[in-house]
Structures are given as structure tokens and as C-alpha cells.
Design a protein around this ligand. Structure first.
Ligand code: NAP
Length: 291
């Protein structure tokens, strides 16, 4: 239980509501900043403005998945107010106060460093990345259905990268009957692809693998689908690039060649905000209870 813990939840989207629900059930004392337009009430939670929070008794600050922007502003879909978290505010918290954020950037890192507090970056954690790979794979299915006129079953699909997302994507499309090959650059990953009953290839040889594919799903966060690779793909091939911005595709060349190449960030929050929120809520609840 989180009885007696004072937690400030600042901004966010529908995923944050699952977190608020979970922490409220665990009896935390919640201050919700940037939620004026939220109609639902939660036991133990009160809506507050930044200057109403009693920072000196705050045990944890929860930022949204997006963290803060370069100016320290925190996004919220439940308010029109501008919310800014500064090092001066964080400094008012007790020394043990921890800041939790989905992702981080230089501004947030500097803010936490200046205030000498601890930052936990949730999206960097293996457990969250693996759980999140489930809605990400489902989002990739949605995009494949929306943007092709063929079935996934029997389609020739190349998945690039066998990390947390690549493994789930490859497995999911295989289970739907697609003809899946997976590109990786480490011998142990190539062995794992073979063990999974899929066709392995080294990404150095990507150019030789793409001439007959229908769909290419990239998870490698580096420019890997270059103009040279695109030039070898059939014109009808769909590219779904899941890697974080700017993705791993030469989108300019793909457009020039008349190919459909889609950068698809943030799929868990789009296709399954409730599940994506629960994933964060469960891990956060464990972390806060262990603190
Ligand atoms: P990950 O576990 O680090 O996987 C990335 C994989 O790419 C690693 O296995 C890495 O291998 C491999 N790789 C790097 N360079 C390569 C190359 N040249 N050839 C072959 N493989 C290469 O990361 P992840 O969690 O799967 O996430 C992948 C990307 O998807 C990230 O950019 C992440 O931000 C993004 N993402 C997007 C969504 C969405 O909704 N679109 C959702 C979740 C994550 P090594 O480990 O050997 O380097």
C-alpha cells in the first residue's frame, strides 16, 4: 500500500488516468496538476495548481510519458494551462523525493541534477519495453491491414531488429501466418531467429533480402532502410517504421520513388491507451511501494 505517500501527478494523457486509478486504490495521497478538465473523481486525489502544491512534503513526482519539452513545459490533454516544472520547484521537495518520467531529455536531466534529486526513466526499463511491445505489435498489425490490399497471412514480411519490439512483432506476424524473415546483426540473435522457426538474415545483407517482400517493419533506431535498399524493394512494398524519430528509413527517397513508408511512433498510446496506462501503473506501483 502507499498509505501516507504524497505523490504529485503532473499532466499527461489517458494513460495517466490508469496510473491515478491504481495509486488511488493503493491509498496514496495524490495532487493532480493539469487535470482541471477531468470530470472523474478519485479517492484521495485533489486537483491543484502548481503553486498550491505543498512541495516540502512530496515523496514522488510523476511526469507523463513525454516528460517535459526543451522549455520545461509539461503536456496535458486535461488543461489549457501552461505547466512548467523548474529546478527551483523540485528543490523545495524533501531530499528523498523521486521524479518518474516516461522519457527524458537534456532539460529534465538538468532540472533533476540542479535540484539533486533522483530521476527514474520508465520507458528505458526492460519490463516496460517488453510489455509495451505487445500493443506496439498490435498497432503494426493495424497499420499493415489499413495500408495494404493483401492479407497478412502468406505476405512476405521482413522485420528489422530482434530487440524487445522486433521479437514481439516477428512472433505476432508469424502467428498470423505471414512468411516472416528477421534481420539482425549479432550471431546470437540470428540463432534465436532460427530457433523461433523464422528466416534469419544479417542486416549487412539487407539489400539482397528485399526484392520480393510485401511489408518491411523496422525496429532498428538507425538509418537502415537507405535509398539503396529502397531501390531494390518492389514498388508495392509497405514500410512500417517503428523506430523512434527520425526512424530508420530514407523517407525522402521512398516518397520520390512512390513507395508508402510510414513512421509510426507511440502506437501503445494510440491503439491501447488503457493497457499502456496499466503497464506503467503496475510498474510504478511496485517502484513506489519498494521506495
Ligand atoms: P531494443 O530492444 O534496443 O532493440 C533494437 C534492436 O536493434 C537491438 O536488438 C539492436 O541490436 C538492433 N540493432 C541496432 N542496429 C542494428 C543493425 N544495424 N542491424 C540489426 N540490428 C540492429 O529497442 P526496442 O525496445 O526493441 O525498440 C526499438 C525501437 O522502437 C526504439 O527506437 C524504440 O524507441 C521504438 N519503439 C517504438 C514504439 C512505437 O510505438 N512505434 C513502441 C516501442 C518502442 P544490438 O542490441 O545488438 O545493438
Amino acid at each position: 500500500m502507499l498509505t501516507g505517500k504524497a505523490i504529485v501527478v503532473i499532466g499527461g494523457d489517458a494513460r495517466q488516468l490508469e496510473i491515478i486509478r491504481k495509486l488511488s486504490t493503493l491509498d496514496a495521497k495524490l495532487s493532480l496538476v493539469g487535470f482541471e478538465q477531468l470530470d472523474d473523481g478519485y479517492i484521495g486525489a485533489s486537483k491543484q495548481a502548481m503553486d498550491e502544491v505543498k512541495w516540502s512534503s512530496v515523496d514522488a513526482i510523476l511526469l507523463p510519458v513525454s516528460g517535459m519539452n526543451a522549455n520545461g513545459e509539461i503536456e496535458t490533454i486535461f488543461s489549457n494551462e501552461k505547466i512548467i516544472l523548474t529546478p527551483d520547484i523540485v528543490r523545495q521537495t524533501p531530499e528523498h523525493c523521486t521524479i518518474y518520467s516516461g522519457i527524458t531529455n537534456e532539460t529534465l536531466n538538468n532540472c533533476v541534477k540542479k535540484a539533486k534529486r533522483k530521476l527514474v526513466q520508465l520507458m528505458g526499463r526492460d519490463d516496460i519495453a517488453i510489455y509495451n511491445s505487445i500493443p506496439t505489435a498490435e498497432g503494426a498489425i493495424m497499420m499493415a491491414i489499413q495500408h495494404t490490399d493483401i492479407t497478412i497471412h502468406s505476405a512476405k514480411i521482413a522485420v528489422l531488429g530482434l530487440g524487445r519490439v522486433g521479437m514481439s512483432v516477428a512472433r505476432t506476424f508469424d502467428a498470423l501466418g505471414a512468411d516472416v524473415s528477421v534481420g539482425a546483426n549479432e550471431s546470437h540473435q540470428l540463432a534465436r531467429i532460427t530457433e523461433m522457426g523464422l528466416k534469419p538474415f544479417h542486416t549487412d545483407k539487407l539489400i539482397d533480402e528485399v526484392s520480393t517482400i510485401d511489408i518491411c517493419i523496422n525496429t532498428v533506431p538507425d538509418l537502415i532502410i537507405t535509398a539503396k535498399v529502397l531501390a531494390e524493394m518492389p514498388l508495392h512494398a509497405l514500410i512500417i517504421d517503428l523506430a523512434s524519430k527520425p526512424g530508420g528509413t530514407d523517407f525522402r527517397y521512398a516518397e520520390k520513388r512512390g513507395m508508402k513508408a510510414l513512421l509510426a511512433p507511440g502506437l501503445p498510446g494510440i491503439v491501447a491507451p488503457k493497457t499502456a496506462g496499466r503497464i506503467l501503473a503496475n510498474v510504478l506501483a511496485d517502484l513506489l511501494q519498494a521506495d
